[in-house]
Ligand binder design. Structure first.
Ligand SMILES: O=C(O)CCCC[C@@H]1SC[C@@H]2NC(=O)N[C@@H]21
Length: 190
């Protein structure tokens, strides 16, 4: 490989890395904004977090999607007020919403994986199904955590059932956004 080819390759790598870093920052900002759009409920509030998480997965691909959500979780764990209603620190990882927090990177990876297989963009039915599957996965993991804390019946009544219709609506909004903005994610993601 000659000198100029090596330099072009290293410039390409650097610009791809910068693009990914910018995407991570943008994704964590989006998640923080979505966490501030809250209808307070006890023990689990309504938020726009699952919309943000599933969109990040679908737009970034499974790997960068999961990394972005993990970066946001790390910001919260470090004490930044990025979780629902401006909470942060270690307490949210021990409280009733910890299961949802831990589910978020898995959900981003899952919707990203589906998007990389074509469940996105102009294929609105598939995009909706991917977003809905992500929302339901989040409720399953979050509800399972809550069940350990307050019992299965209460967890279903307070941590799953109230969010199903919202999950369907958020999935429809997400699929609409993907239809407008997504060029189909390549199999590699961003
Ligand atoms: O502490 C947090 O920041 C996480 C809050 C989790 C809220 C969950 S996410 C799934 C379900 N849908 C909602 O609108 N709220 C709950």
């Amino acid at each position: 490989m000659d000198h100029s080819t090596a330099r072009s390759l290293s410039e390409l790598t650097r610009s791809a890395t910068l693009r990914r870093l910018a995407a991570i920052v943008a994704g964590t900002v989006l998640l923080t904004i979505a966490s501030r759009i809250v209808v307070p409920m006890v023990p689990v509030p309504i938020t726009l977090q699952t919309l943000a998480v599933t969109l990040i997965g679908a737009l970034y691909g499974w790997r960068l999607g999961a990394v972005t959500v993990i970066a946001w979780l790390a910001q919260g764990a470090a004490g930044l007020p990025v979780f629902q209603s401006g909470t942060g620190g270690i307490a949210p990882f021990l409280g009733p919403t910890a299961g949802y927090l831990l589910a978020f990177p898995i959900v981003a990876a899952f919707t990203g994986w589906l998007a990389q297989r074509g469940w996105t963009g102009q294929r609105t039915g598939l995009a909706f199904a991917a977003m809905l599957a992500g929302n339901l996965l989040c409720l399953a993991i979050g509800g399972a955590w809550l069940a350990v804390m307050i019992g299965a019946k209460q967890a279903f009544l307070h941590g799953v059932a109230p969010f199903i219709i919202g999950g369907v609506l958020k999935s429809a909004v997400g699929a609409g956004i993907l239809r407008l903005v997504a060029r189909p994610v390549s199999r590699e993601g961003l």
